[in-house]
Design a protein around this ligand. Structure first.
Ligand SMILES: C[S@@+](CC[C@H](N)C(=O)[O-])C[C@H]1O[C@@H](n2cnc3c(N)ncnc32)[C@H](O)[C@@H]1O
Length: 205
């Protein structure tokens, strides 16, 4: 991993993910998490302040040591136990059925093998547990989707392997989840190639 990915990119991600538009969505979505929570791609821990009192603990996993360091600083303020793990959602170091909620915010775009990660999320969720997510991805308008496909290779190199054009709802459904709620739309302000969002709650089918 080069110096850009190791040192500069984590700072850029932290600053861009603090955007007030993004924060508004966190405040809307994160309080639905309950019980023992796993946050995949916890990044710099920007969701920690949005969890409600029905959360008993949060485990966060991320492959970036720099982002985990920032999440550690944010965890000091939390009123529930937070445990941070260095690793990938593709190989979760947890027992089957360990979590009530798995939370993913702007992370599924960046996991190299998203199918494998969703299989792992299924495995670690309790029966009746929920995957709560907000993710950007492939827009339904063909003209926007074409731009997403064109920009995807360059964007991925600059943005830590982030893909612009994943059909997040389709991927979650293909992993045998059933949607309890699913909303799609340009949920945050910004360029269309980056702002089509999938926001939902999925349970094991
Ligand atoms: C755009 S950031 C979002 C961070 C955080 N979820 C948030 O809402 O601020 C994408 C995150 O996905 C993480 N990530 C990349 N590959 C991953 C993987 N294989 N497993 C888990 N997280 C991963 C990155 O390190 C980064 O923290």
């Amino acid at each position: 991993m080069g110096l850009y990915d190791r040192y500069l990119l984590p700072r850029l991600l932290h600053v861009s993910m603090k955007n007030p538009e993004v924060r508004k969505q966190r405040a809307r979505i994160v309080p639905a998490a309950a019980g023992r929570v796993l946050e995949i791609g916890i990044g710099s821990g920007l969701n920690l302040q949005h969890y409600g009192s029905n959360v008993t603990s949060v485990d966060g996993i991320d492959p970036s040591p720099a982002l985990l360091g920032m999440a550690g600083d944010a965890a000091v303020q939390a009123s529930f136990p937070v445990t941070l793990h260095h690793g990938s959602a593709e190989a979760l170091p947890f027992a089957q059925g360990a979590f009530d909620t798995v939370l993913s915010t702007w992370t599924m775009c960046s996991i190299p093998d998203i199918g494998r990660a969703l299989t792992e999320i299924r495995r670690v969720l309790k029966p009746g547990g929920a995957l709560i997510f907000i993710e950007h991805g492939r827009a339904p308008a063909p003209a926007v989707a074409r731009w997403q496909a064109r920009l995807d290779p360059l964007w991925g190199r600059c943005a830590g392997g982030c893909h612009l054009n994943r059909d997040i709802a389709g991927l979650v459904e293909a992993a045998d989840f059933r949607f309890r709620r699913l909303d799609e739309g340009y949920l945050v302000k910004g360029p269309k190639f980056l702002t089509w969002h999938f926001d939902g709650e999925a349970v094991l089918s």
